[in-house]
Design a protein around this ligand. Structure first.
Ligand code: BGC
Length: 829
């Protein structure tokens, strides 16, 4: 087996480079050009003569979907990136990457399209849940560990989206206007660490422009990525992100998916033949593609870095552990942990309240979605943790918007008699292809279904209601649909597209539904015809949902029922959260308020039972106007498929809530210092420069609900005896040490955080900035010395080059950006 280093060096030609060059030399111009585009939605082209097989790419980043988006080929659903970053733990990030690599290999995937390492510039960013943090050091350190975890197991990681792609509005066309300094110190820094520390084998360019030049044509792909950081992997475009032949002159290596209107055959070949795109540029790209193939084992005669993953652990158990490690306890007046199930004081009656307690969000929406084989909801997890208790569930408030899937147990495929639905692809009235599906949210995003050939989808199922009443049955899709219930045409509508086509039709489909009277146990036949219209941007992509829409229940009635349940219980657990219309790729958020009547619900439940824990199931910040009135608040992000079990572990104290906030949590949207995500004249101006996240909050002097780095545990700590290397110069490092002691009576976790500040500076500096951190786990009464290594670069600023302003830097050691235990001075020269 070859080591990473042997396959990875970017320096002067060495045997591997020479051997790859020899292969490049055997290819014709046509073969080379072909290699630069995808063969289809997810794979690259093979070249049999040189022993190159196709390489399969797949989303990512919180699990690996594989070539099809299909419940019949499920994937491990890891907690969202925000949960991972809340662990502040490189070791967890590395295991997370390794778990992705194991999934990748199981599904034949060579390249994982993740991690997403854009920054939390604004909490309105639609993909906030998918990115790590508002801080570049936390993001970059965890990203590097994630990448190492994937690649040590022989699979390529693809940090994305390069760069300044921190919002979704007009995402294909908007340009981010950003200073070089902010790019270098913030947005590029996370990528720099992933490349220089973990040697990423691939990277994805973004859709947006940067200072007026679209990412796939931007010089940033060369400098600093290649010329300074020594990147020797491939730059793959975001899907459809290559929009010109000119991008081939830039350091953009592969256009995905294929075919690409500019790079597939015609235009690119002509440009190469005419010399407009130099052959040397093409050769360099091909060289990189073959190097990637050698690394992942797709090129005969070259040993893969690891033919099979070496770091294999139980994925389900890891999801459960990682979610608890990322769960942030932001408030606790002593209610948590609850007495465990074996304790005499264990609750005997528990009220579990909230739509998300039953229909949990375990991941955000968009291309990051994977299809898990099953999900443990908070309700399931609490029931399992307290088998002897009476657990009463009340929805409390409707959170869902749009179409929810029919539960599989309620639908029968008339073709097979099994649970599910029959889905036929039809052309000119003839069935071309049939799928027997066990889901009613259907996506074709690659795979074999004839999505380009079909002109109609015919869907049939029977639905058996679990209770008698009126149910709103409907569809979620843009375009023309007709729906029959028991042979009666109940819906016939051409539903218009809203927003950009990919965002609207695919990620946020408009819903239409009709009320249907149903009787418990009595099946109704549902038949749907949908006219397939080819997507202009992404041919062959198709999404279709059918199921139920929430009915217009009286909010007061739902709240009253929840209050009654809470009043009768020893403890109430209210799970509040967002829904699929709020946090997704493809569009930004417009509000930080919880959807529906959830705020009223919490207030009413707390008034009925002061022993109330509120659990927030959201991938990014939400307003919590009741937060100081409840006994305990847990921020749990999108918890992955073991969400409910992990939550129960934290509630019972079987595990410590290990998380610290990776992003500032505002009181109200109006307080957020950097909020805008909407282009003006096609541009989003990052006028705040290097002051985003907690840096902006400190500068504005506004107090958030919970500061960056904040999080409580179940034990107590002291951090003492802080020391640091007294002086440092460029290229050196400062070692900060402190003695951490668990002074409580149970094992726990603390995260020691180190921030820098400069009292006097000729440069416009952040008030404070994170330079290092270390998670610590200790048994009761134990002490340990913690050391945090801070590279001198952490004290430099960008001024056309990294510049070191001589003088004194203060290092603040503490447990959040504002909770300092001690400080120490370092002389920078
Ligand atoms: C997303 C990428 C994703 C790609 C392929 C794009 O729309 O921005 O993050 O990897 O689709 O699904």
């Amino acid at each position: 087996m070859t080591t990473v280093e042997n396959l990875g060096s970017a320096s002067a030609p060495e045997p591997l480079d020479e051997r790859i060059d020899a292969l490049v030399g055997r290819l014709s111009t046509e073969q080379k050009a072909q290699l630069l585009t995808g063969r289809d939605f997810w794979t690259t082209w093979p070249v049999d003569e040189i022993g190159l097989r196709p390489m399969l790419m797949s989303d990512g980043p919180s699990g690996v979907r594989g070539e099809v988006w299909d419940e019949r080929d499920p994937s491990l659903n890891l907690p969202s990136a925000t949960a991972l970053s809340a662990s502040w733990d490189r070791a967890i990030a590395k295991r997370y990457g390794a778990a992705a690599a194991v999934e990748a290999r199981r599904k034949g995937v060579d390249v994982v399209l993740g991690p997403t390492i854009n920054l939390h510039r604004s909490p309105l960013g639609g993909r906030h849940f998918e990115a790590f943090s508002e801080d570049p050091v936390l993001t970059g350190d965890l990203a590097a560990s994630y990448v190492a975890g994937v690649q040590e197991n022989g699979v390529a990681a693809t940090p994305k989206h390069y760069v300044a792609n921190d919002y979704e509005t007009d995402r294909f066309t908007a340009s981010t206007e950003v200073s070089d300094r902010a790019l270098r110190e913030l947005y590029l820094l996370a990528f720099e660490k992933a490349v220089t520390e973990a040697h990423a084998w691939a990277l994805m360019s973004s859709y947006n422009g940067i200072n007026g030049v679209t990412a796939s044509e931007n010089d940033l792909l060369e400098t600093p990525l290649n010329s300074e950081w020594g990147f020797d992997g491939i730059v793959v475009s975001d899907w459809t992100g290559v929009r010109s032949v000119a991008a081939a002159k830039a350091s953009q290596d592969v256009a995905m998916p294929g075919p690409n209107p500019w790079w597939s055959e015609g235009p690119l070949l002509e440009a190469v033949r005419s010399g407009d795109v130099p052959m040397a540029a093409v050769d360099r790209k091909v060289h990189r593609i073959l190097t990637l193939a050698a690394r992942v084992g797709a090129l005969e005669g070259f040993d893969a870095v690891a033919a099979t993953p070496g770091n294999v652990e139980d994925g389900i158990a890891f999801v459960r552990e990682a979610e608890a490690e990322g769960t942030v306890l932001v408030r606790n007046t002593g209610l948590l942990p609850l007495a465990g199930p074996d304790d005499a004081a264990a609750p005997t009656r528990i009220a579990v309240i909230g739509h998300n307690a039953d229909q949990a969000r375990t991941q955000g929406g968009g291309s990051a979605t994977v299809v898990p084989s099953s999900v443990v909801s908070p309700l399931d997890g609490i029931r399992a943790a307290y088998p002897a208790a009476t657990v009463e569930y009340a929805i409390g408030a409707v959170v869902q918007e749009g179409i929810a899937e029919f539960p599989l147990s309620t639908i029968t495929n008339p073709g097979t008699g099994e649970p599910g639905a029959r889905v036929a692809f039809v052309r000119d009235g003839q069935e071309l292809y049939v799928e027997d599906r066990q889901a009613t949210a259907l996506f074709w995003f690659g795979g074999d279904a004839p999505t380009r050939e079909a002109d109609r989808l015919d869907i049939t199922t029977t639905y058996t209601a679990q209770s008698t009443g009126t149910v709103r049955i409907g569809i979620g899709a843009a375009g023309r649909s007709r729906m029959w219930v028991d042979d009666e045409l109940v819906l016939d509508e051409d539903v218009p597209y809203e927003g950009d086509q990919l965002g609207a039709a695919f990620l946020n489909p408009p819903a239409r539904s009709v009320p249907v009277r149903v009787t418990e146990g009595q099946p109704v036949a549902i038949r749907i015809e949908h006219d397939v219209v080819q997507d202009e941007t992404l041919g062959g992509v198709l999404a279709y949902q059918f199921g139920t829409e929430p009915s217009d229940d009286d909010p007061a009635v739902l709240i009253d029922a929840a209050v009654a349940a809470a009043r009768a219980a020893d403890v109430a657990v209210v799970v509040v959260g967002t829904n699929s219309k709020v946090e997704s790729e493809g569009y930004d958020r417009t509000s930080l308020a919880l959807p529906g009547h959830q705020d009223e619900l919490v207030a009413a439940v707390v008034a009925a039972n002061p022993r109330t824990v509120v659990v927030v199931n959201a991938g990014s910040p939400v307003e919590m106007p009741w937060r100081d009135d409840v006994a305990a608040v847990l921020l749990t992000w999108f918890g992955g498929q073991e969400y409910g079990n992990a939550l129960a572990d934290v509630l019972t104290g079987a595990r410590e809530p290990g998380g610290r906030l990776p992003t500032t949590w505002p009181v109200a949207m109006a307080d957020v210092p950097v909020l805008d995500v909407t282009p003006v004249d096609g541009r989003v101006s990052y006028d705040e420069g290097v002051h985003i996240g907690y840096r902006a909050w400190l500068r504005a002097g506004v107090t958030p609900a919970y500061p960056f780095g904040h999080g409580l545990g179940y034990t107590n700590w002291t951090i003492e005896d802080v020391t640091a290397t007294p002086s440092v110069r460029a290229g050196g490092e400062v070692v900060v040490t402190a003695v951490a002691t668990n002074t409580g009576d149970r094992a726990g976790k603390q995260v020691v955080q180190v921030y820098a500040s400069r009292e006097t500076s000729s440069v416009d500096r952040p008030v404070r900035w994170l330079v290092g951190f270390a998670p610590v786990r200790l048994d009761a009464g134990e002490s340990t010395e913690v050391s945090v290594r801070v590279p001198a670069r952490a004290f430099a600023h960008w001024d056309g080059a990294w510049a070191y302003e001589p003088g004194t830097v203060t290092l603040h050691v503490g447990t959040s950006v504002v909770d300092e235990v001690d400080s120490v001075e370092v002389d920078v020269s």
